[in-house]
Structure formats: C-alpha cells, structure tokens
Design a binder for this molecule. Structure first.
Ligand SMILES: [Zn+2]
Length: 119
C-alpha cells in the first residue's frame, strides 16, 4: 500500500510559522561546466539544484538553491530526481540550501521614509 504523496517541506517559508507546508512545484539545475570525452558529456562541474515551492500559508513562491556536488556524473539520479531533497529533514534542507528568491518579502522601505508612514 503505497500512496504517492506530493512532495513538500514545512517551515521553510520565511514569512510563516514552522508548521506551515510548502508544496514543491518544479526543479531545475545549474552546472558550472561539462566534461566531455569523445564528444560525449560524462561529467558536470559543480551542480546546484534550484527548487521552486509554493507556500500553503501565505502563497509566496520560494526558490531555493541546494548544492549537490562539485563533480557530478551525468547519470547521477540526484541530478534528475529531486526526491533526495525531501529525504532531508526541513532543518537540514534549510541548512544546506539558500533562499534566492521569494515573491513575498517583508517590505523594504527607503531609509528616508517617515516613521508614521512605515506603520
Ligand atoms: Zn509562507
């Protein structure tokens, strides 16, 4: 009896409490280079996985970047399947990842904005 649950983390949204879920939407990866032999790509240099989440609490879209490895075989399953990101506990995911984008941020007002306008 295996029910395939949608991939998600919880507590990784900077706007929401730790028990809020963030639904996984999409992943991409960034590679610093390729190593070829006889015209065939065998290895990628430094790979980072970009993962896109939607926060169930506030609706923010969050993009995290997680380092995979410095040298990655093109057949490395972690390159193609993001499941390993969800085998990490949320605190491990946060420790190993970097939030590079969020659609909802705490407001950044210009320093000259008067105090009564900020509230
Ligand atoms: Zn949120």
């Amino acid at each position: 009896m295996s029910k395939e649950e949608p991939l998600h983390h919880s507590g990784i949204c900077p706007n929401c409490p730790a028990d809020t879920d963030q639904r996984f939407l999409y992943k991409a990866d960034e590679r610093s280079g390729k190593y070829r032999e006889a015209g065939k790509v065998l290895l990628y240099g430094r790979v980072e996985i970009l993962s896109l989440f939607c926060c169930v609490g506030c609706g923010a879209i969050l993009v995290y970047k997680t380092f995979l490895e410095d040298i990655v075989d093109v057949d490395n399953p972690n390159l193609h399947d993001p499941k390993w990101l969800f085998n990490l506990a949320s605190y491990e995911f946060l420790r190993d990842s970097f939030l590079i984008y969020s659609t909802l941020k705490k407001e950044h007002l210009h320093p000259s904005t008067p105090e009564d306008v900020r509230q």
